[in-house]
Structures are given as structure tokens and as C-alpha cells.
Design a protein around this ligand. Structure first.
Ligand SMILES: C[S@@+](CC[C@H](N)C(=O)[O-])C[C@H]1O[C@@H](n2cnc3c(N)ncnc32)[C@H](O)[C@@H]1O
Length: 231
């Protein structure tokens, strides 16, 4: 029994070391690809997904592709709700452009996982904020109480907090809407779920935004004018 457990531990250990190498090499390839102005192939994004090894919860290839595509069409600070593989991928695009990724994560263990694999050269453009979810009355969202909030946000990838959170991802608009620049692009994942679809409709109203692209499982919104202040 002990031998079997030991063998499993060794196997798990070597699998996770291998994943780390795959991830590190994949990120370096992604940086080179973006530096050439090329579009990363699906195969490369799949390699990154494999290296990150959290496919049930992480941004999938389609969302990563969309994030890179739309991020490149914006300027200014980048905000991410729910860190993970997407943080690493967006850092590859943000670093050469001198942009910052402000990533909110409520779970310290997941933040640590990102920090452990974030190459130093990319870490300087990532502001990974570990912050609890708190009540804002009708909904829960990341507490920004102790944080300096980014202003004139140009791009948002909203992939958190988890769907089980009270109010889901709705809190982005009332809490950070005023900080979004005109033309800010908001990419919301999981819009095939009725709860996220309802969030899109509320955001369109509250952010003066329009859906400019509907992906299979995500929507892209553009903030047209200054966001409306929600009472
Ligand atoms: C949809 S995930 C965000 C994924 C992230 N954008 C990525 O590309 O990896 C939303 C939140 O779920 C939590 N989470 C991530 N992986 C998880 C797992 N395997 N089990 C439970 N919670 C997880 C983290 O707190 C994360 O912020």
C-alpha cells in the first residue's frame, strides 16, 4: 500500500514538473510569436492549456484567442477577474506594449499557483491582487477596499468570480464601470449560461455598452460612453 502511494507521488511529481516545462516553453514561444506580430496557432494555445493542467476551470483556447485578439485592439490598463492561465497569456501580450494586467483573485492558493509559474520578465507587468469576495448589498464581488484601482481601463477579461458567487460576475459594472475608458472592451466568459447572459443585458444598460461580438461561450462588449453610475 505504502509502495503504491509512493509510486503515485513520484508519478504526480514528475507529471507536474513536465507540465511546468511545457508551460514555460509555451509561454516563451507565445512571446516570440506575438513579438513577430503573428497570431498564435491553436496548437500553441492547446499546449499552454496542457501545461497549466486545470482545463475544467481555466480559459479555453477560444477564450484565450479572443482575449489576445481584442486586447491587441485596445490600449491602457488591463483588468482580469479570476486569475490563472489567462493571466500568463495576457502578460505575454501586455509586457512588450508596456501595459499592466491588474488581476483580481479571491483564492490565495490559485494566486500562488500563478505566481509560481509567472516568469520574472512578465511579473513586472502583472499586478496580482489577492482580495476576498465581500458583500456589496445585493451581490458579492472582489473587495477593492485596500487596493488602488486602475483608471482608464482599456480591456477587461471577466472570468471570475466563480459562478456560485452571489450575483455571479455582475459586480464588475457597478464597482469598476466608472474606471473604464470610452471604448473599453469587456470580454465575458460563459455567456451560454443563463446567469451570465442576464449579466450581459444588465451591463449593456449600466455601462452604456453594446455587444459587438458573440462567441459560442463568450460575449464581447464595447463601452460606448462614460458608464452610467448605478445608485
Ligand atoms: C473560471 S476560473 C478563472 C480561470 C482563469 N481565468 C484561467 O484562465 O485559468 C474562476 C475562479 O475559479 C477558481 N478556480 C480556478 N481553478 C479552480 C479549480 N480547479 N477548482 C476550484 N476553483 C478553481 C479561482 O479562484 C478562479 O479565479
Amino acid at each position: 500500500m505504502r509502495l503504491r502511494m509512493l509510486a503515485k507521488r513520484v508519478r504526480d511529481g514528475s507529471r507536474s514538473s513536465l507540465n511546468r516545462v511545457v508551460l514555460r516553453q509555451g509561454l516563451a514561444t507565445l512571446e516570440r510569436t506575438l513579438a513577430r506580430g503573428a497570431t498564435p496557432r491553436e496548437r500553441l494555445l492547446r499546449t499552454l492549456e496542457r501545461g497549466w493542467a486545470n482545463s475544467a476551470w481555466s480559459a479555453d483556447v477560444k477564450l484565450l484567442s479572443a482575449a489576445l485578439y481584442w486586447l491587441d485592439r485596445t490600449s491602457g490598463p488591463i483588468v482580469e477577474c479570476g486569475s490563472g492561465l489567462s493571466t500568463l497569456v495576457m502578460a505575454c501580450a501586455a509586457a512588450p506594449a508596456g501595459r499592466r494586467v491588474h488581476s483580481f483573485e479571491h483564492d490565495p492558493a490559485w494566486a500562488m499557483r500563478v505566481e509560481q509559474v509567472l516568469p520574472t520578465r512578465l511579473a513586472r507587468c502583472v499586478d496580482l491582487q489577492i482580495t476576498p469576495l465581500r458583500s456589496y448589498g445585493d451581490f458579492d464581488w472582489y473587495s477593492l477596499d485596500a487596493l488602488t484601482q486602475p483608471v482608464e481601463i482599456g480591456f477587461v477579461l471577466c472570468d471570475g468570480p466563480p459562478g456560485t458567487t452571489r450575483g455571479g460576475r455582475y459586480g464588475l459594472a457597478p464597482i469598476l464601470g466608472q474606471q473604464m475608458a470610452e471604448g473599453c472592451i469587456v470580454l465575458l466568459d460563459d455567456t451560454q449560461r443563463s446567469s451570465e447572459h442576464a449579466v450581459v443585458l444588465r451591463w449593456c444598460d449600466e455601462l452604456n455598452a453594446e455587444v459587438i461580438h458573440e462567441g459560442g461561450t463568450y460575449n464581447v462588449l464595447e463601452v460606448r460612453r462614460g458608464a452610467r453610475q448605478v445608485a
